[in-house]
Design a protein around this ligand. Structure first.
Ligand code: SF4
Length: 341
């Protein structure tokens, strides 16, 4: 096998791994390409490559605040085995000096920098004036009624069981935004009720909150259809997101949370119009129409990649959100998923 072919193969694998980290599990392949790929040997020898060492055992030694279910079918998607290679070494993000002294941890890293987008994000319209509590409830009820009968995407309206509008406290200070309903959500009419939803609930509980304290919604309100398939999910198309996100923007107009968490790359793209990979963007504060927005991995990604370092990254993002909201944080919470000394 030539060096050029090996380089090309490595680049393709790296690209696919980045897509998977962004929550994307399927990519379109033409029939001709599929036939060509299928014709290649299943496991060609790569004599020019150095041997890859076996992945170390990285399972946590004890129960953690949001323990993970075995890799399976998060949100109804087909099971995806965890990557065979070991995760890259990860050093925890530093704590602010004031917090570090309070909790006895040294701030050991420079502040993370925000990656630059190749294309400028669209201008964000300002939020409307906040509503009084009673008016808020009436506005949300009316919006929900309108959304439940939406047929703007004829293909999704005909394949869905129900519109998955959103759930939680409309006066919440914290809002989570995900991608789109899966099979479980489509059946139950509530976002994040599948395996990924169970994990999100554990993450919220680890923050000292409950699902009833926050608001949870998706970029897309209807389950993306998968014609010809009885199971599986797909990422919403750009057209579907453009068509549906006005519902979400209006929900946020009404709720006006103090902070938001975008779960996965699709949520970031739908809210900010940024297509930067979530691996680069997570952990860096963004702004959605004046509201601080923390991008982090989608829980479905953590179901597939259960490395403690990946869990710690998400937990650090949630710690930053807790700091932003001035929520109490104890020493045990600070230490979740850190390597034992
Ligand atoms: S995805 Fe959104 S815009 Fe499309 S039909 Fe469903 S609710 Fe309407």
């Amino acid at each position: 096998m030539s060096d050029a072919y090996v380089q090309l193969l490595d680049a393709a694998i790296a690209h696919c791994e980045a897509l998977r980290a962004d929550g994307i599990e399927f990519v379109p392949v033409s029939a001709a390409t599929f036939a060509e790929l299928s014709a290649r040997p299943a496991a060609p020898a790569r004599a020019t490559r150095p041997p890859v060492s076996a992945a170390p055992a990285t399972r946590p030694a004890e129960a953690k605040p949001f323990a993970f279910v075995p890799a399976g079918t998060p949100d109804g998607r087909p099971a995806t085995p965890p990557p065979a290679s070991s995760p890259a070494p990860y050093t925890p993000r530093p704590l602010p000096a004031s917090v570090a002294s309070r909790w006895g941890q040294a701030a050991q890293l420079p502040s993370p920098s925000v990656p630059k987008s190749s294309a400028p994000a669209p201008a964000q319209p300002p939020l409307p004036p906040p509503l009084a509590p009673a008016a808020k409830q009436a506005a949300m009820d009316e919006l929900r009624t309108q959304a439940l009968s939406c047929i703007k995407c004829a293909h999704l309206a005909s394949s869905r069981t129900t519109v998955v509008f959103g759930v939680g406290e409309i006066h919440a200070r914290l809002m989570f935004v995900g991608e789109a309903p899966g099979a479980d959500e489509d059946r139950q009419g509530e976002p994040f009720v599948g395996k990924a939803g169970e994990l999100l609930t554990k993450m919220i509980l680890a923050m000292g909150l409950t699902r009833a304290d926050v608001y949870i919604a998706n970029i897309l309100k209807c389950r993306p259809d998968t014609p010809g398939q009885t199971a599986g999910n797909r990422k919403p198309t750009a057209d579907e997101m453009t068509t549906c996100t006005p519902w979400l923007h209006r929900q946020i107009d009404i709720i006006q949370p103090a902070a938001m968490v975008a779960l996965g790359a699709t949520a970031v793209e739908g809210l900010l119009g940024k297509t930067i990979g979530i691996t680069k963007l997570r952990g860096t504060w963004q702004t959605y129409r004046g509201i601080p927005l923390m991008p982090t991995y989608h829980p479905a990604y953590l179901l597939r990649n259960q490395a403690p370092a990946e869990k710690r990254k998400v937990w650090e993002d949630l710690l930053a959100v807790m700091e932003k909201l001035a929520l109490p944080i104890n020493a045990k919470q600070r230490a979740y998923f850190l390597p034992k000394p």
